[in-house]
Design a binder for this molecule. Structure first.
Ligand SMILES: C[S@@+](CC[C@H](N)C(=O)[O-])C[C@H]1O[C@@H](n2cnc3c(N)ncnc32)[C@H](O)[C@@H]1O
Length: 209
């Protein structure tokens, strides 16, 4: 059965633009690449796409361990991808990941309780360019740089579960507006050089200053 209209509408409103594999492929040829948060439902797919697009050393990091889908694809491709399991806020785990020219981090920032710290940690492993994709909330009238703490389910089309501190990173800690995202990136030492928005999703190219 095809997905219902509300499901299709939600997917459309929060869809990433442009398609992620193509977007990443544009930035990686001849450069080292890491996907931070590479596993849940994507099974290393973006990192494999970067490898296929000619990236040099390719790594993935996630709190989750390798999924069977990841392992099967790794074998099928004869991939050289290096996977590091760990928390991106843990400096020892980041040291194991190491610095990469291009870092892709998608679907992580709003799950982090301290997003400025998260951006600082991402900066520490970014050699040149951070490609950051995140769910965002629409701008608020007459106010810039708005972030909503523990946004209610329904405030974003794909956000359905109430805030529960016991569930850690599963929570949506923050509903971030695109202007706040830009300002946070500036505050943590990045310059945004490209931005793509759909109503509830933002993707940026951010150069490390
Ligand atoms: C919402 S999923 C996004 C998956 C994929 N990047 C995407 O955009 O479709 C968030 C992913 O980041 C991982 N993650 C969340 N917080 C993390 C952290 N602090 N350190 C490392 N990985 C984290 C989760 O385990 C999960 O695989």
């Amino acid at each position: 059965m095809p997905p219902s209209l509300p499901v299709r509408l939600r997917a459309r409103l929060s869809r990433a633009t442009p398609p992620r594999e193509e977007f990443v492929a544009r930035h990686v040829a001849g450069r080292s690449f890491a996907d931070v948060g590479c596993m849940w439902e994507v099974h290393g797919g973006i990192a494999f796409a970067a490898e296929a697009a000619g990236a040099g050393e390719v790594s993935g990091m996630d709190l989750m361990g390798e999924t069977p889908e990841y392992q099967a694809e790794y074998q099928r491709r004869g991939s050289k991808l290096r996977f590091v399991q760990g928390d991106l806020h843990d400096e020892l785990a980041l040291a194991r990941l190491g610095v990469h020219d291009v870092v892709w981090c998608s679907g992580v920032l709003y799950h982090a309780p301290h997003p400025l710290l998260t951006l600082e940690r991402l900066r520490s492993v970014t050699g040149q360019t951070l490609l950051l994709a995140t769910e965002t909330l629409p701008e608020r009238p007459l106010a810039r740089n708005v972030c909503v703490f523990a946004p209610k389910p329904g405030s974003h089309p794909t956000h359905t579960e109430p805030f529960d501190p016991a569930r850690g990173y599963v929570n949506w800690y923050w509903g971030i507006t695109p202007s706040a995202l830009r300002t946070m990136l500036a505050a943590t030492g990045f310059t945004v050089t490209e931005e793509h928005r759909t109503p509830f999703h933002t993707t940026v190219v951010a150069r490390k200053n």
